[in-house]
Write a protein that binds this ligand. Structure first.
Ligand code: AP5
Length: 232
């Protein structure tokens, strides 16, 4: 069993890497941004509450986010561990996650900080296209689809996210520095933070993430349940 947190500025490549790691480890990837966007699309009560925050590039309040995450973690598919993408994003969320996992007899095993400069993420966010159906991210320069405007995986239409508008991008980066960057110190102090060079191409970042995770699995083999396609 292993619980992994991916940390990084908006556009660092968390979603891209979460998808690759989820396949490698046969674990679910839980992306709070994806969950919120699905709720907005379906116009659920959660979606209606989250929409105004997302549109402005602000964080959805902790109490809403933590409740949604606790419900998700109670599902059977999360019993063998999870890769968290975009959660936690505040120290209060990190403390809540420790409590939720602690109640399940688990803990955050490793926090992988995908470090990317501000100029690179602005390039990545402005050229990003997302599949409407499965949420996969493409980039017009670095990671493009085979048939223009169509998802390679599910054939869905690609579109640009509303919160990738330049003014919202800027606010999301400010919010990261103000509310999420303190988490780096929080996890560094816990001794579970690993820095990853996110400026490299997708394959090289993935290789480094795998190495960091493999090191944890070697250190704590008893916490890992083999036999379900998990690779060390
Ligand atoms: P969320 O969806 O989590 O957005 P984010 O953190 O801003 O991250 P992104 O999805 O924008 O980027 P990413 O790091 O996943 O990068 P990606 O792989 O797409 O959150 C959206 C909103 O929801 C928040 O603003 C907030 O309102 C709310 N929210 C979410 N979680 C919350 C929480 N915990 N608490 C409160 N509110 C919350 O890559 C970006 C682009 O770069 C793509 O085009 C990709 O193809 C390309 N790319 C990826 N890797 C590379 C590479 N190595 N080289 C070149 N290009 C690359």
């Amino acid at each position: 069993m292993v619980d992994i947190v991916l940390l990084g500025v908006p556009g660092a490549g968390k979603g891209t890497q979460c998808e690759l790691l989820a396949k490698w480890l046969s674990l679910p990837c839980i992306a709070t941004g994806e969950l919120f966007r699905a709720a907005v699309e379906e116009q659920t009560e959660l979606g209606l509450r989250a929409e105004s925050y997302i549109d402005k590039g602000e964080l959805v309040p902790d109490e809403i986010t933590v409740r949604m995450m606790a419900e998700r973690l109670a599902r059977a598919e999360c019993a063998q561990g999870v890769i968290f993408d975009g959660f936690p994003r505040t120290v209060a969320q990190a403390e809540a996650l420790n409590t939720i996992l602690g109640d399940l007899g688990r803990q955050v095993d490793v926090v992988l900080h995908v470090a990317v400069s501000q100029s690179s993420v602005l390039m990545r966010l402005s050229g990003r296209w997302i599949c409407r159906r499965c949420g996969r991210a493409y980039h017009q320069l670095y990671n493009s689809e085979e048939v223009l405007g169509i998802c390679d995986v599910c054939g869905g239409q690609l579109h640009q996210r509303d919160d990738d508008r330049p003014e919202t991008q800027r606010r999301r980066l400010e919010v990261f520095l103000e509310l999420t960057a303190p988490l780096l110190e929080f996890y560094r102090t816990s001794g579970i933070l690993v820095e990853i060079d996110g400026e490299q191409d997708v394959a090289a970042v993935h290789r480094d993430l795998r190495q960091a995770i493999a090191a944890i699995l070697v250190e704590e083999p008893e916490s890992w349940l083999p036999g379900s396609g998990h690779a060390a």
